[in-house]
Ligand binder design. Sequence first.
Ligand code: FES
Length: 132
Amino acid sequence: MAYSQKLMEIFRNPKNVGELPDANAVGRVGNASCGDILELYLKIENNIIVDAKFRTFGCASAIASSSVATEIIKGKTVEEALALTNDDIVKELDGLPAQKIHCSVLASEAIALAIQNYREGTDGASQEEKMV
Ligand code: FES
């Protein structure tokens, strides 16, 4: 199993790590097979994601995927963020080993869940994580 150099660089120096105290959209997803968990915090204003942070209890691929995903969606509309796929994240990481693709799915699912919670009028902060 080989990680790209880009993935290793992002893993060693991830962006947007932490909680967002004024988040109005939160998505918590967990992977049933490996037990890793990603908490995504979004601040949405006028349909634009003005800030995004994450806490990931997981592997290098999940942490790098979370970093890349938050970087991509900042400044984007909610619809543009929803259109982000795990394939986009994998490309941004210069690829992932086949057995690590599910780690990128965690990030795209967290975005979808956070926005769903936002649209349903709950920030998602008190919800159990969704297993993917
Ligand atoms: Fe499960 Fe990476 S091994 S998220």
